[in-house]
Design a protein around this ligand. Structure first.
Ligand code: IVH
Length: 672
């Protein structure tokens, strides 16, 4: 029997995939650009999963602009430098209304009697980035860098949801420029997470945005909720629209995110009003702004106004004043860090500065206190510039009963002697057993990326050290369930979990153990090189300073520090305890030896004509060679591509052989 059904064509997998992508793109746009989602996150995820499944069944249909392709790239070894299509110059600043009016007078003078408009936009506090589209497809993202050349952050930018991977409708070559930002909420959350994991806090959302974009592993960028606000649109190398306001409107139509708070001003008075309004209301925004950018609207007029060497004459950045407030210094206290440095800090009568209650700020060291002339009881001006971290600007009024601060002669934590070395600003506690130093060193040992002992946070370490349960890091491995459950805020379940994590950390490889020891100047990379060069901890411990310098990136200063560390009795005892706890003391570098390039160290620089940097690295390593990040006398070959810089100069200085990609391929030839 013939039914209608037989004549209905079933969509091909390609059509199904296309349709899903179209829907997903639409919902990404609604969510990330318009902030107006129409479906739940779960529905979105389900749709994405369906697409991923289909693509898995039909790998030939996967395209780079598919919503499934946002995170996929592997971590990179470094960023490739890219020259901008035209320089990304910066703006001249205007501080205060008068300077803004000066700018307007210059514009009026140059334009004669012609009428003109300004477009006023918020000056978002992030980092600027250019994004290129070829044939309507996301192709490359480059940070501003020095304005002439930036870093290729394509894989990381691909993970930012407000950057469309395909442009709606339009084909051709497009470039957009804009600002990558992290909103205040995401910034706070990131800092809280960092704190919990014993990592550094970011000083402000701008640094956090930069730190999230310029990471080698795109999956980190993906986890950070960055946003991209655009403000310039180019087509085939030229401004795509006749006016800035049309550019903003077109950007939005193309699927980009723009800040909604822009306005077209008929004259300077309107512009001044816009600036004053946002200076007053900046704290109501979800993201940090540090001013207003005013641009002459007409591109024809912009062209007539032209550029100076570093900035356009047709635009200005009106900078907000730093948020400041006066308060009283109630005390000056001292904090002791991992390296024993005593850092003085001011304790304020709490004061609200731009929505944040400030009650503490660092005074850095004795010299800074002297420079400020600050004493306890003084009224001071405190400011939060772009930075969330407050600072004392100056003394406003000396207190009636002011008291000078003196750096303590004895450590406030252990009572040990303190010294300020000749020519140094820092004062240190000399007692290597100081509990303050111990706490910091335990936290470092347990940190993420070091020994990864989850759950060993600051409050807990305080208790462990103060109760004498942990006198050095090796003591962690002797902790018992009974001891832990007696501590404050420690249930049986979390105690057992912690013990599990401590147990698991015994298996970390030697480079991590080395990093965990907290040897001055030995971080993650150096620890890795040391482990690779020596293969076991005993060899490192007994090596001379000269021998230590055999390892990549170890110079005289670092060698001296390592040598000195292992010659302190206390540290040798610690190592013996760790050996007893069966931590990894030997290391076998992932199969390198034996290949045609065994024993050779390469440094890659510039863009190679055919190979991606990661591929070149992977192939060198597969052939037994090593790839280092910087040129030193241990480098055997520098492989140079296009647009090389300092590394090449350094190689020439050191007389190291420089080869091109073809020569590298020839060396690899026959090894594969
Ligand atoms: S226009 C030559 N517009 O501020 C044109 N910049 O001080 C310069 N910025 O490097 C860019 N919001 O990182 C422009 N709406 C906006 C902006 C903005 C933030 C940043 C950008 C630029 C810096 C200039």
């Amino acid at each position: 029997m013939h039914t209608n059904l037989e004549r209905v064509r079933v969509p091909t997998p390609k059509e199904k995939i296309e349709a899903l992508r179209e829907q997903l793109r639409h919902h990404e746009y609604l969510y990330h650009v318009l902030d107006a989602p129409e479906i739940s996150d779960a529905e979105y995820d389900a749709m994405l999963r369906t697409l991923r499944d289909l693509e898995e069944q039909h790998p030939d249909l996967v395209t780079p602009d598919s919503p499934t392709q946002r995170v996929g790239a592997r971590p990179r070894e470094g960023f490739v430098k890219v020259r901008h299509s035209s320089p990304m110059l910066s703006l001249d600043n205007a501080f205060g209304e008068n300077e803004l009016r000066d700018f307007d007078r210059r514009v009026r003078g140059l334009l004669g009697d012609e009428a003109y408009f300004y477009v006023a936009e918020l000056k978002l506090d992030g980092l600027s980035m250019a994004v290129h589209y070829r044939d309507g497809r996301f192709a490359q993202a480059v940070t501003r860098g020095d304005g002439e050349t930036g870093e290729d952050v394509t894989e990381n930018a691909r993970t930012i949801r407000s950057i469309p991977l395909g442009l709606r409708k339009r084909k051709g070559d497009w470039e957009v420029r804009g600002e990558v930002v992290l909103n205040k909420k995401a910034f706070e959350k990131l800092n809280e997470e960092n704190e919990a994991a014993n990592l550094k806090r970011f000083a402000n959302p701008r640094n956090a945005a930069a730190g999230s974009l310029r990471v080698l592993d795109p999956s980190i960028t993906a986890s950070r909720k960055l946003e991209y606000f655009t403000y310039f649109l180019y087509q085939n190398g030229k401004f795509a629209c006749a006016t800035q306001h049309e550019a903003l409107e077109t950007l939005r139509e193309l699927g980009f995110k723009i800040s909604q708070h822009w306005t077209r001003c008929a004259g300077i008075d309107e512009l001044v009003k816009f600036c004053a309004n946002w200076e007053e209301n900046r704290d109501s925004l979800p993201f940090e702004i540090d001013g207003v950018v005013a641009k002459v609207d007409s591109v024809a007029q912009q062209e007539r106004l032209g550029w100076t060497a570093k900035a356009p004459r047709w635009a200005i950045a009106y900078k907000f004043a730093a948020r400041q407030a006066e308060t009283v210094v109630e005390d000056i206290i001292v904090n002791v860090g991992r390296t024993g440095v005593l850092t003085p800090g001011a304790v304020f009568r709490p004061v609200n500065i731009g929505g944040v209650t400030v009650s503490l700020s660092t005074l850095h060291n004795e010299d800074e206190i002297e420079r400020l002339g600050v004493e306890i009881g003084d009224t001071v001006l405190v400011q939060r510039a772009g930075d969330v971290i407050p600072q004392v600007v100056r003394v406003v009024q000396q207190g009636e009963h002011r008291r000078p601060f003196h750096m303590p002669k004895h450590c406030p934590i252990c009572g040990g002697e303190t010294v300020r070395a000749e020519g140094e600003a820092a004062t240190r506690c000399v007692n290597t057993n100081c509990p303050a130093r111990l706490k910091e060193s335990v936290l470092h040992f347990a940190a993420r990326g070091v020994m990864d002992i989850d759950g060993l946070g600051e409050a807990l370490v305080d208790q462990l050290v103060e109760q004498g349960l942990v006198r050095n890091i090796a003591d962690l491995y002797g902790l018992t369930l009974e001891q832990l459950t007696e501590l404050e805020r420690m249930g049986k379940k979390s105690a057992a979990k912690l013990l599990e994590h401590i147990e698991a950390s015994r298996g970390r490889p030697l480079p991590r153990v080395l990093n965990g020891l907290g040897i001055p100047f030995v971080g993650e990379r150096t620890a890795q090189w040391l482990a690779e060069a020596f293969g076991d901890l005993d060899a490192i411990m007994t090596a001379s300073e000269d021998q230590l310098q055999r390892a990549e990136e170890v110079g005289p200063k670092v060698a001296k520090s390592i040598h000195g560390f292992f010659h302190e009795k206390r540290n040798r005892e610690l190592v013996e305890r760790l050996r007893h706890e069966h931590l990894s003391f030997t290391y076998e570098a992932p199969k390198r030896a034996g290949g045609a390039l065994a024993g050779l160290t390469f440094v890659l620089t510039g863009t190679l004509p055919t190979m991606a940097r990661e591929d070149a690295k992977a192939r060198i390593e597969a052939a037994g060679g090593k790839v280092a990040g910087s040129v030193s006398h241990k480098t055997d070959y520098v492989v140079a591509g296009a647009e090389v810089g300092l590394k090449l100069t350094k190689a020439q200085e050191l007389g190291i052989k420089v080869i091109d990609e073809a020569a590298l391929l020839a060396m690899l030839e026959g090894t594969e």
